[in-house]
Design a protein around this ligand. Structure first.
Ligand SMILES: C[S@@+](CC[C@H](N)C(=O)[O-])C[C@H]1O[C@@H](n2cnc3c(N)ncnc32)[C@H](O)[C@@H]1O
Length: 378
């Protein structure tokens, strides 16, 4: 099939239409291109496909720096074939479109470059590799459990030493993770070891469980904390919540500026690390619970809520719980603009509107984009 690519869509794909009118979600292409497709999945209402031949290239197309990127190969990156400035324009378009379509919000969006990523390579400090049945570590094919053997990953920080990792034998059919700290300390792990790395952000050190959550891009922790403080506009009398708090990064950033913080996190190792990290901040309480359960139990008035949920977002019950606490401002750190837009629509039903919005390119070469949304009571 040959199609003309119309526009970019959420998830690292572009949209075209087949002759029968069905929408085609195409990877490895760009708006304005004419491409030949190989269909990868066919449903009644839509088709998924890979562009395997570019008949008319778009101006933003480049040769992918990674030889493992491309149709049928490693599924880790979406935009290796796109100039880095153009990648940010695509991501901005996706954020704008999600806000408009899902939440009815018209907003011009700029995706900001993070320090140290001018070529979009060498930034990933945390990686998880799948191990095949012969004990070889690789990365997964797009929308597949197949393990693609690779000899390097160009978006990983060099200190991850991916060539060395994938050359070793690992227990078959499992996973192996590599974490690299700000100081370049490297930890390989299988499962959930009882070890920690030390990270550095917002002018302090952070204990982080090996294989546990820490912002992946080396600039992310500071960039997000700074954007969060600018949006929260904290006051010395503020009572705050840090929901989905991980090892306490955002609670720690807010702590010098406010009266009290409750940080809520469900992962036991992250909670233990957060308690250690925030031990000297006596006005910070760390609670181990699921946010969706905790927020509904006994809503107390607060002034500021920070939330940084996983990809699926907060969803209605958590948004309703936040609103029941009647905050002046909510700062929503979101890794999926579709989930953010859906939750902003729920906030709007309760009289909260989008204030400032910033978006950061913390995952170059992939379709992911991180947003920091200020949500204010009307
Ligand atoms: C995107 S991370 C954010 C962590 C932290 N804000 C940071 O920047 O380091 C999301 C966190 O939410 C936690 N989490 C996931 N689902 C949760 C739930 N239902 N309730 C509480 N925490 C949850 C995860 O364990 C993870 O630590």
């Amino acid at each position: 099939m040959i199609v003309d690519i119309e526009r970019v869509a959420h998830g690292g794909v572009c949209v075209a239409h087949a002759d029968d009118g069905r929408v085609v979600f195409v990877r490895h292409t760009l708006p304005g291109e004419r491409v030949r497709l190989v269909v990868t999945e066919e449903k009644k209402s839509y088709i998924r496909a890979d562009a395997v031949e570019v008949l008319t290239p778009a101006a933003g197309r480049v040769d992918p720096p990674c030889r493992w990127a491309g149709p049928g190969r490693c599924g880790g990156c979406d935009w290796q074939h796109v100039d880095i400035a153009e990648q940010r324009l695509l991501k901005a378009t996706v954020v704008q479109e999600q806000l408009q379509r899902v939440a009815g919000i018209e907003r011009a969006v700029t995706v900001e470059e993070a320090a140290g990523t001018s070529d979009g390579l060498g930034w990933r400090t945390r990686m998880r590799f799948a191990v095949d049945d012969s004990g070889r570590a690789g990365l997964r094919r797009h929308r597949s459990h197949d393990v693609v053997p690779i000899d390097d990953c160009l978006i990983a920080v060099r200190a991850a030493r991916v060539p060395d990792l994938v050359a070793r034998d690992w227990p078959p059919d499992g996973e192996v993770s590599v974490d690299v700290s700000a100081a370049g300390e490297r930890a390989l792990s299988i499962g959930t070891p009882d070890e920690q790395l030390t990270e550095h952000a917002v002018d302090r050190d952070w204990l982080v469980p090996v294989g546990g959550f820490w912002q992946v891009h080396p600039a992310a922790a500071d960039v997000l904390a700074e954007a969060l403080l600018a949006s929260a506009e904290p006051k010395a009398t503020d009572r705050c919540l840090d929901l989905y708090s991980g090892v306490g990064l955002f609670a720690g950033a807010l702590a010098p500026h406010v009266a009290s913080i409750v940080a809520v996190e469900s992962d036991g190792r992250a909670v233990a690390a957060a308690k250690a990290n925030l031990a000297s901040d006596q006005h910070v309480t760390v609670v181990r619970d699921r946010v969706d359960r905790w927020i509904r139990r006994d809503p107390q008035p607060v002034d500021v809520v920070v939330l940084d949920p996983p990809r699926k977002g907060a969803r209605g019950a958590v948004v309703n719980g936040i609103v029941a606490c009647d905050p002046r401002v909510v700062v929503y750190v979101a890794c999926d603009p579709a989930a953010l837009a859906r939750d902003l629509a729920t906030f709007a039903e309760h009289g909260y509107e989008l204030g400032r919005l910033r978006a950061f390119d913390l995952f170059p070469m992939t379709a992911h984009v991180e947003c920091v949304a200020q949500v204010i009571r009307r």
